[in-house]
Design a protein around this ligand. Structure first.
Ligand code: HEC
Ligand code: HEC
Ligand code: HEC
Ligand code: HEC
Ligand code: HEC
Ligand code: HEC
Length: 496
C-alpha cells in the first residue's frame, strides 16, 4: 500500500487503519471477543449448560465479532480511497490525531465510552446466560412454537421444575447433543418450519434414570395409591357416576406379594419392546429379561412373525407410562367433567355434559382466535334463555383455550396419555389377550383386578360403601363384551 501524503501540518506516515470507522469497529470486535470468551467459559464450566446459550455463544457473539472486524477493514478501505482522491484538497477529518487538543479530548471520551461498552458486553453476556436458562425463555420467547407445552406445564405437578432439568440434564455429552438440537430448533422456529404438532415421543430425550431419578426413585412409592374418578353421563340429568380405586403401584392384587405397576421400572427385570409406529402406540413384540440369570420371556402378536430390528428395540422406563409428566392435554370429556365436579359448569342445564364437549370438538374450529366465538354461538343456540349460559360459556371457552391449540394441532388426540386405558390404548398396548408367549399364554396381569381394585362406584352414598376385596366394574352403559377394548368406543370426545 502506498502512503498518500497527508494534507495539513504534520506530514507523518499514517496507517489506513487510523480512522474513526476502524476504531469503532475495533471496539465492537473487542467487546464481542470478550463476550465470546466469557460465554464459552460459562458454557464449559456450568453443570447444566443450556442448549440455547449455544446460539448466543456460537452465533450471536461471533456475528458481532465479524461485524466489528468488517468495520475495521471497511474503514481502512474507505480511508485509502478517500486519501487517493481527496488527500491533496481536503483536511483529513477521519483521522485519530493525538497531537490536536480538540481531537485528543474526543479520543479520550471515545476511549472511556469504549471501555464502558466492553464492560457492558460482559455484563450483557452474563445476563444472556441467565435468560437462556430460564423457563421464560423456553416458553415465552418461543411463544408460538412452544405455547401449548408451556401452558400445560404450568398446571402440571412439575411447574416448579425448569424445562432444562428434564430436557437437558447433567453431563457434557448430553449438553452438546442438546446444543446442536437446540440450535436446530431455534433456526427452524425462526424460519417458521417447525412441525405442528411438535412430534412426540422425543427421540433425543434422555433415559428416565438420568432425569426423573434425580428426584424420584421407584422404591420410594409404596403400596397402593387411591384415586377417584368423577364422571357425568351424557343424559338429560347429567347423572353423576364416580369410581374409587386403589392402583397397585408396588403391590400385586390383594395377597399377591411385591410387584405391581412399578415393577416395569424396577431393577429385577427389564422390559423391552418394539413399536411399529413413531408414536409407540402399536406394540407387536416385547421381551422380559430377568437381570439375575439373563433368562427371557418373549410375547408377540400372531401377525408379527419377524424379529424386530435391533436398533428399534426400546427399554421401557418411566416415560413409557408417564409420557406427559409436565405437558398433559386433558381430553374435553375429562376437562368438562372436572369443571362440573368443581361446580364451574352448572349441572342444572339439561345435557350440559354432552353439549359442552360437543361445543369443544366442533370440526369447524380451526383457528385459536375464532374458537371462543364458535363455542359461544354453539351454546347460545342450545341454551339461549338459561341464566347460567354466560358463565358456562366463559368456562367452556377457558377450558378450550388452555387445553386445545388447533393451529398448532396440539391436543389430547396428538398427545395421548399412556397411563391408563380408557381414551387411548395405554396399558392395553401390551396387556391384552393378543400378545402370547411361546407356550401360547397371554401377558399375565391383564385381568381387571391386576392393576387396580375398585372399592366403590356409583353416586351419593354408594361411594361411601367401600369393598376392600374389590368390585366388578359396573359399566354405566351396560355390560361390556370382551372383544372390545375401552378405547374402541371412548376417545375423549363423544363416545362412539
Ligand atoms: C418433568 C419433566 C419435564 C419438564 C419440567 C418439562 N418437560 Fe417437556 N417433555 C417432558 C417429557 C417426558 C416429554 C415427552 C417425551 C416423550 O414422550 O418422548 C416432553 C415433551 C416436550 C415437547 C415435545 C412435544 C410434546 O408435548 O411431547 C416440548 C416442545 C417440550 N416438552 C417443551 C418443554 C418446555 C418449553 C418446558 C418448560 C416450560 C418443558 N418442556 C418442561 C418432560 C418435561
Ligand atoms: C427436579 C425434581 C423432579 C424431576 C427431575 C422430576 N420430578 Fe416428578 N415430581 C417432582 C415433585 C416435587 C413432585 C410432586 C409435586 C406435587 O405433589 O405437587 C413430582 C410429582 C410427580 C408425579 C405425580 C404427579 C402426577 O403428575 O401424577 C409423577 C407421576 C412424576 N413426578 C413423574 C416424573 C417423571 C416421569 C419425571 C422424569 C421425566 C419426573 N417426574 C422428573 C419432582 C421432580
Ligand atoms: C411395553 C409393554 C407394556 C406396557 C405398555 C405395559 N406393560 Fe405391564 N407388563 C408388561 C409385561 C411384559 C409384564 C410381565 C409379563 C411377565 O411377567 O411375563 C407386565 C406386568 C405388569 C404387572 C405385573 C407386575 C408384577 O409382576 O407384579 C402389572 C401390575 C402391570 N404390568 C401393569 C401395567 C400398567 C398399569 C400399565 C399401563 C400404565 C402397563 N402395565 C403397561 C408389559 C407392558
Ligand atoms: C407401567 C407403567 C408405569 C411405569 C413404567 C412407571 N409408572 Fe409411575 N405410575 C404409574 C401409574 C399407573 C401410577 C398411578 C396412577 C396415576 O398417577 O394416575 C403411577 C404413579 C406414580 C407416581 C405418583 C405416586 C403417588 O403417590 O401419587 C409417581 C411419583 C411415579 N409414578 C413415578 C414414576 C417414576 C419415577 C417411574 C420410573 C422410575 C415410574 N413412575 C414408572 C405407571 C407407571
Ligand atoms: C395393565 C393394567 C390394567 C388392567 C389390566 C386394567 N386396568 Fe383399568 N386402569 C389401569 C390404570 C393404570 C388406570 C388409571 C388411569 C389414570 O389414572 O389415568 C385405570 C383406570 C380404570 C378405570 C377408571 C377410568 C376412568 O377414567 O374413570 C376403570 C373404570 C378401569 N380402569 C376399569 C378396568 C376394567 C373394567 C378392566 C378389565 C377389562 C381394567 N380396568 C383393566 C390399569 C389397568
Ligand atoms: C361399546 C362401546 C364401549 C366400550 C367398549 C366401553 N364403553 Fe364406557 N361407555 C360407553 C358409552 C356409550 C357410555 C355412556 C356415555 C355417556 O353417558 O356419556 C359409557 C360410559 C362410560 C363411563 C362414564 C362416562 C364417561 O364419559 O366417562 C366410564 C367411566 C366408562 N364408560 C368407562 C369404560 C371403561 C373403563 C371401558 C373399558 C373397560 C369402557 N368404558 C368400555 C361405551 C363403551
Amino acid at each position: 500500500m502506498s502512503e498518500a501524503p497527508t494534507a495539513g501540518s504534520v506530514p507523518k506516515a499514517r496507517s489506513h487503519f487510523n480512522n474513526w470507522i476502524s476504531a469503532i469497529g475495533a471496539v465492537i470486535a473487542t467487546g464481542a471477543l470478550f463476550s465470546f470468551a466469557l460465554l464459552v467459559w460459562i458454557d464449559f464450566t456450568q453443570d447444566n449448560p443450556n442448549p440455547y446459550l449455544g446460539l448466543f455463544t456460537y452465533i450471536v457473539a461471533p456475528g458481532f465479532l465479524i461485524v466489528g472486524l468488517g468495520l475495521v477493514f471497511f474503514g481502512a478501505w474507505a480511508q485509502r480511497r478517500w486519501s487517493i482522491k481527496h488527500a491533496a484538497t481536503k483536511p483529513d477529518k477521519w483521522r485519530l490525531d493525538f497531537t490536536r487538543p480538540a481531537q485528543r479530548r474526543r479520543i479520550i471520551a471515545f476511549g472511556i465510552g469504549a471501555l464502558g461498552f466492553i464492560m457492558l458486553s460482559a455484563f450483557g453476556s452474563y445476563q444472556t446466560y441467565h435468560y437462556a436458562e430460564s423457563v421464560q425463555f423456553c416458553g415465552e420467547v418461543c411463544h408460538t412454537a412452544m405455547n401449548p407445552e408451556f401452558v400445560a406445564y404450568h398446571r402440571s405437578a412439575h411447574a416448579r421444575v425448569d424445562c432444562v432439568d428434564c430436557h437437558v440434564g447433567d453431563g457434557v455429552k448430553w449438553a452438546i447433543k442438546a446444543k446442536v438440537n437446540g440450535t436446530h430448533q431455534l433456526i427452524a422456529y425462526m424460519r417458521d418450519n417447525y412441525n405442528r404438532p411438535i412430534e412426540t415421543p422425543l427421540a433425543q430425550i434422555r433415559p428416565a434414570e438420568d432425569i426423573c431419578a434425580k428426584c424420584h426413585w421407584p422404591e420410594k412409592e409404596q403400596g397402593n395409591v387411591a384415586r377417584r374418578y368423577d364422571h357425568f353421563l351424557s343424559d338429560k340429568a347429567n347423572t353423576a357416576y364416580s369410581l374409587r380405586m386403589l392402583l397397585h403401584l408396588t403391590e400385586r392384587k390383594p395377597g399377591g406379594g411385591i410387584g405391581g405397576i412399578h415393577w416395569h421400572a424396577g431393577k429385577d427385570e427389564k422390559v423391552e419392546y418394539y413399536a411399529t409406529d413413531p408414536d409407540r402406540q402399536e406394540i407387536p413384540w416385547m421381551r422380559v429379561t430377568k437381570v439375575s440369570d439373563g433368562s427371557t420371556r418373549v410375547y408377540r402378536t400372531a401377525e408379527f412373525t419377524d424379529e424386530p430390528p435391533a436398533g428399534a428395540i426400546r427399554t421401557m422406563d418411566c416415560m413409557d407410562c408417564h409420557n406427559r409428566p409436565a405437558h398433559t392435554f386433558p381430553a374435553p370429556n375429562d376437562s368438562v367433567e372436572r369443571a362440573m365436579a368443581e361446580g364451574t359448569i352448572s349441572r342444572n342445564l339439561p345435557n350440559v355434559k354432552r353439549e359442552a364437549v360437543k361445543a369443544m370438538v366442533q370440526p369447524e374450529i380451526v383457528t385459536d382466535a375464532a374458537a371462543a366465538g364458535q363455542i359461544e354461538a354453539y351454546l347460545r343456540k342450545k341454551y339461549a334463555e338459561a341464566a347460567e349460559t354466560p358463565a358456562v360459556t366463559a368456562e367452556v371457552q377457558r377450558l378450550f383455550a388452555s387445553t386445545m391449540f388447533p393451529e398448532r394441532k396440539a391436543d389430547w388426540r396428538h398427545y395421548p396419555d399412556n397411563r391408563g386405558h380408557k381414551d387411548s390404548v395405554g396399558c392395553f398396548r401390551c396387556h391384552d389377550d393378543k400378545h402370547l408367549n411361546t407356550a401360547g399364554k397371554a401377558v399375565p396381569s391383564s385381568d381387571c383386578a391386576s392393576c387396580h381394585t375398585i372399592i366403590a362406584q356409583g353416586q351419593g352414598p354408594e361411594l361411601n360403601q367401600l369393598d376392600a376385596r374389590g368390585l366388578e366394574f359396573a359399566h354405566p352403559d351396560g355390560e361390556l363384551t370382551p372383544d372390545l377394548i375401552c378405547s374402541d368406543c371412548h376417545n375423549g370426545g363423544i363416545q362412539q
